[in-house]
Design a protein around this ligand. Structure first.
Ligand SMILES: [Fe+2]
Ligand SMILES: [Fe+2]
Length: 298
């Protein structure tokens, strides 16, 4: 599409340079992804240098390279956990058989569906969180937000890789569609309900990264045991990043509660539902509890 060799920029351990078909598919997809990122990713801050962690390899050396980068120039990589020699399917009808390196015909549409649904959640959360930069409580929080955002972007890449590499033409079409659905859109919403909800404030963001990412991690843990080995290896590497997302959530919720308790103590407030604490810039404990209940049951 242009003389820029986009694929040369992609950190990968899938021998992208010698896979012409995949290279072509990604070359076609990359500019569309960037267009999506600019239109639907974080509002503002796209020209700012952000101190971000980039994964350029899966080993201890490569998985966390820190440096200043403008988000649209982030190097989203395609990285799979190392192949386990002699791995066998652990569950179900095919238990004990060698894992599949290609998609078995009988499970093709089911696997494609699973990958599409997983892939769809990743850009969806970036869309949900796109306005939060403007109200970040601190630079520390803002950096965490953008780190989570670029990594969710990379998780989309991980699923797009599988679709383009293993699912032929319909996989390539699904990869395009992942950029066409939009969180909360009336006509073309994201696939799962939770990813069409609003994330209007930072407490919601912390709840999202505590609970929705925990749910996501559970899904990934189960995909990491898949009999389709490339899916298992891709998701295993994604899990290394998911831990940080949940850390952002859990410590965020903790800090919010901590601050409310401090303010209550300072001003002699004893009723957890006393909304008067709001005048000191914090949220009452009863409201926080309600949010937790909502996410926990939803
Ligand atoms: Fe993710
Ligand atoms: Fe996540």
């Amino acid at each position: 599409m242009s003389d820029v060799d986009y694929t040369a920029l992609i950190p990968n351990n899938v021998d992208l340079a010698s896979d012409q078909r995949l290279k072509r598919a990604l070359e076609d997809w990359y500019p569309k992804y960037i267009k999506w990122w600019k239109a639907s990713g974080p509002v503002g801050f796209q020209d700012n240098e952000v101190y971000l962690r980039t994964a350029v390899g899966v080993d201890a050396e490569g998985w966390a390279k820190f440096g200043y980068v403008k988000m649209p120039e982030y190097r989203w990589g395609i990285l799979l956990a190392p192949q386990e020699e002699g791995r066998k399917i652990a569950f179900g009808r095919h238990k004990g058989e060698p894992v599949w390196q290609e998609v078995p015909g009988e499970y093709r549409s089911m696997l494609r569906r699973l990958i599409v649904i997983q892939g769809d959640t990743e850009p969806a959360s970036v869309e949900q969180q796109r306005y939060l930069g403007a109200t970040a409580p601190s630079l520390y929080d803002m950096r965490n937000l953008f780190q989570v955002n670029v990594e969710e972007g990379r998780h989309l890449w991980a699923m797009v890789y599988l679709l383009q590499k293993y699912f032929g033409r319909d996989g390539r079409e699904e990869a395009e569609d992942l950029l066409l659905r939009t969180s909360g859109d009336a006509d073309k919403p994201r696939i799962l309900g939770a990813f069409n909800e609003e994330t209007p404030d930072w407490l919601s963001f912390f709840m999202f990264t505590t609970f929705t990412d925990r749910d996501g991690k559970m899904q990934l843990e189960s995909l990491a045991t898949s009999g389709f080995d490339p899916l298992a290896r891709t998701t295993r590497f994604m899990l290394t990043e998911e831990g940080h997302h949940m850390f952002v959530g859990r410590t965020g919720v903790e800090r919010v509660i901590q601050r409310t308790c401090e303010v209550m103590k300072e001003h002699g407030v004893t009723d957890p539902a006393d909304k008067d604490v709001r005048k000191y810039g914090v949220i009452d404990l009863a409201t926080i509890q309600k949010k937790i209940n909502f996410h926990y049951s939803g």
